[in-house]
Design a protein around this ligand. Structure first.
Ligand SMILES: NC(=O)c1ccc[n+]([C@@H]2O[C@H](COP(=O)([O-])OP(=O)(O)OC[C@H]3O[C@@H](n4cnc5c(N)ncnc54)[C@H](OP(=O)(O)O)[C@@H]3O)[C@@H](O)[C@H]2O)c1
Length: 266
């Protein structure tokens, strides 16, 4: 017999609802972050977005404000000053944060002979260190939002390049994404007791500034190799982001979910 106290609605509208939650999406000004921020804003989440370029971040928030609630807080998350400014602005405005999407990231392509040390540091700092530091510094507002039934959600954006060795030379990027996946598992175990879950999505190719050059040159090849014969669409990213943030995703913890049409298996 099912315990009456834990009976919950399995109506799809309730099970996948994110309405009334508050989210921060880093790198929400364009690309995958904007896809996620839009999905939340359309579905009743108050969304904060952050990125370095103030004008682009403000413009994206203004655009999303036409369909929901979105606030821009520009910050460079690769610096401790930038992270501190974002954290203090979030805490000045909100007592609780239900969803943290650690999406801001960067890549650097170069041959091994020409790979600069500063590229390694830049990629590792924004892709890995900033996720850990931001999550650490937002733990209190996340913990306040989470309940045993509906935990707060940390969603890290990894990559299929962190699962398999990529075809192109981006030496710091794929190890950084493998680190994101493992940091996700570590945090999932260590902070789940704070009424939180920590998961990662590992996207395959989606249209963005980061993939502009690659898709211009290799789109057909990628689509041919991918078992689903296409690249990702905004609705693919919206689907996984909504699922992980909704009651339907409440018991998923420490997972790394490829969103790649099966490309990482080839
Ligand atoms: N697109 C894909 O196919 C794909 C596949 C796998 C994984 N990913 C991952 O998805 C995430 C988003 O990538 P994307 O493809 O959407 O790339 P993108 O179009 O280049 O977007 C990156 C976002 O991060 C922000 N950002 C970069 N450095 C930052 C910093 N130091 N501080 C704050 N914000 C910063 C950018 O804004 P500013 O420039 O204004 O700072 C932008 O909003 C990344 O983690 C990437 O590794 C993408």
């Amino acid at each position: 017999m099912v315990d009456a106290s834990i009976q919950q609605s399995i109506n799809v509208a309730d099970l996948f609802s994110v309405k009334g939650k508050i989210a921060l999406v880093t790198g929400g000004s364009r690309g995958i972050g904007l896809m996620i921020a839009r999905a939340y804003a359309v579905n009743g989440v108050k969304v904060y977005i952050s990125s370095r370029k103030k004008e682009a971040c403000n413009n994206a928030a203004a655009e999303l404000s036409k369909i929901g609630e979105c606030v821009s807080i520009p910050a460079d998350l690769s610096t401790s000053e930038g992270r501190a400014a974002l954290v203090s602005e979030i805490k000045r405005r909100e007592h609780k944060l239900h969803i943290l999407v650690n999406n801001a990231g960067a890549s650097w392509g170069a041959t091994i002979e020409a790979y600069p040390e500063e590229a390694w540091d830049k990629v590792m700092t924004i892709n890995v260190k900033s996720i850990f530091m931001l999550t650490r510094d937002l733990l209190d507002v996340l913990a306040r939002a989470g309940t045993a039934e509906d935990p707060a959600r940390v969603i890290n954006v990894g990559s299929i390049d962190g699962i398999k060795v990529p075809a192109l030379d981006n030496f710091a990027y794929s190890p950084s994404k493998a680190a994101v996946h493992h940091l996700t598992r570590v945090l999932a175990v260590r902070i789940a007791s704070h009424n939180m879950t920590v998961n990662a999505v590992a996207p395959g190719p989606f249209e963005s500034k980061m993939t502009e050059w690659m898709l211009k040159n290799f789109r057909e090849t990628v689509e041919q190799i991918c078992p689903r014969k296409r690249i990702g669409r905004p609705s693919d990213m919206a689907g996984v982001a909504l699922f992980l943030a909704s009651p339907a995703g409440a018991f998923i913890n420490g997972a790394v979910i490829p969103v790649d049409g099966g490309l990482s298996l080839t």
